[in-house]
Structure formats: structure tokens, C-alpha cells
Design a protein around this ligand. Structure first.
Ligand code: HEM
Length: 81
């Protein structure tokens, strides 16, 4: 608790390219997924969520609704909203 820095959604929107870093949110958590983009089993579609929330995309692609995916995402957490 309190171990992560706090970011605004506006700050997250500034990170939507590989050059600036690729950040996403899920719930109230912020993730820097820059190093995962090239590893994503779903390819470059992941960039649609860059700088914003994962939820609208993961509703459409329910393959993410699995414990192993959430654990993987957790490795990239850098902050909270
Ligand atoms: C598949 C992770 C974002 C589209 C997967 C899988 C993982 C993953 C681990 C394989 C799951 C399995 O087969 O058990 C992630 C993470 C994301 C992310 C960590 C964000 C940080 C997205 C976004 C989209 C997307 C935003 C679409 C806009 C897909 C699709 C597949 C997939 C279509 C299926 C690929 C296939 O099996 O052919 N993702 N994903 N993903 N993802 Fe993502």
C-alpha cells in the first residue's frame, strides 16, 4: 500500500508510442507495457489501447479474462491513478 506513484489519466495519455513508452490502465492501476508490445500473442492490436484503458478492448477480446494474463499484466505495474 502506497508503494506506487500516483499518475493522472492525462499523464497516461502521453505514453502511447514505443518511443515515449506505452502505458495502459486497468482498474486503478497503471502499467508500462513497452517491453511487452513485441511479445504480445495478439500482435500490434495491443497498441489500440496505448495511453488509455484496457477494459473496452478486453470486453471484445475475452481471451484476456484468465488468471495467467492478469499475472503477466501485473509484472508491468508502475503506478496507480
Ligand atoms: C491474446 C496479453 C492487450 C488482442 C493475448 C494473450 C495474452 C495477451 C497473454 C494470449 C492469451 C492466451 O491465449 O491464453 C495482453 C496484455 C495486454 C493485451 C498483457 C495489455 C497490456 C490487448 C489489446 C487487444 C488484444 C488491447 C485488442 C485491441 C488480443 C488478441 C489475442 C490476444 C486478438 C488472441 C491472439 C490469438 O490467439 O491469435 N493477449 N493483451 N490484446 N490479445 Fe492481448
Amino acid at each position: 500500500v502506497g508503494a506506487y506513484p500516483i499518475f493522472t489519466r492525462e499523464e497516461v495519455t502521453k505514453h502511447r508510442t514505443l518511443q515515449d513508452g506505452v502505458w495502459v490502465t486497468f482498474g486503478d492501476s497503471v502499467y508500462d507495457i513497452t517491453d511487452f508490445v513485441g511479445l504480445h500473442p495478439g500482435g500490434s492490436k495491443i497498441m489500440l489501447a496505448a495511453g488509455g484503458a484496457l477494459e473496452p478492448f478486453w470486453v471484445m477480446y475475452a481471451v484476456h479474462n484468465q488468471q495467467h494474463v492478469l499475472e503477466l499484466l501485473g509484472e508491468y505495474k508502475v503506478g496507480e491513478l
